[in-house]
Write a protein that binds this ligand. Sequence first.
Ligand code: AMP
Ligand code: MG
Length: 338
Amino acid sequence: MNTEIIDIKKEYERALAAADEVLKRGDVAAIPTETVYGLAADALNEEAVKKIFAAKGRPADNPLIVHICDIKQLTALVEEVPEKAKQLAARFWPGPLTMIMKKSGLVSKTVSGGLDTVAVRMPFSPAARAIIERCSMPLAAPSANLSGSPSPTNAKYVFDDMNGRIPLIIDGGSCEIGVESTVISLAEEPPRLLRPGGVTLEEMTAVIGEITVDEAVLNRLAEGKKAASPGMKYKHYAPKADITIIKGSFEQFKELVTKDSAAALCFDGEGELLGCPYVEYGGKADAYSQSARLFSALRELDEIGARKVYARCPDTSGMGLAVYNRLIRAAGFKIIIA
Ligand code: AMP
Ligand code: MG
């Protein structure tokens, strides 16, 4: 299969028309969003949705997020819209927030990974919104990477993974947020945070009050404090390089990197002080710049041929929780407390 790339900033009309054609014929197109690139198909066409799973090599029990551009599209997808979902939507949609609710009969089990709930998001990205508006269908869209590798934050990285597997990539430049959306379940009370992202736990708590942080998120954080990795089955977002997070000062980090001849995944301005191969992933005190850089930094480590990588540990408050959550998985939960 030939994979065409169209730059939506240069060829707006042609990009929208091509995406519309591909999606309406029940095929898959990669589209830009503010979080990461998505692999989109008509959410209500089961055959089209199956093509997403095939292109990604994604396990069938891992559900997809359904993307909408108008709140009116939500009612048909869910059994009912809980009051707290309305409050969160009013405050954070369009934006990097995915809400899980009881699904309606319209949503197939293929989309929901066999669950009786559905995940819905209204993206902020003007390109994503224009594409959804043009084809006027909700789009199921997981991240546009091969299952297991880092989510793509630009069209080149989508192409690296998807060349020959999908017919169309819409290039919208680099994704501003750079990590996947926050996922919160409103199918239970109190609501439960399943994945940290661009809308922070603190921001959501200010709107709807108590939110449970899913045990898996806490366990992962707790397990991360041990030196031993809990196993490859929890390894996601993984570059080829073997990553270990180093929790400690810059001086302690420098000493370990030098002693063990590792490459460094470090903060802006630190690399040239280290004397080893390095990739920088944002400002030390700026979690938003870290999230915007992290996934491309992981891919750059592969591009420079890094094998053993030590990573600086991000702060875990606010947006830092999303950065840490991805990095600890990329590291297969290996962390050294210096
Ligand atoms: P991705 O689109 O690749 O960012 O992955 C979507 C994420 O949302 C995955 O971690 C899914 O497990 C999660 N997700 C989607 N739908 C549901 C659902 N109905 N219940 C729980 N998690 C979900
Ligand atoms: Mg993904």
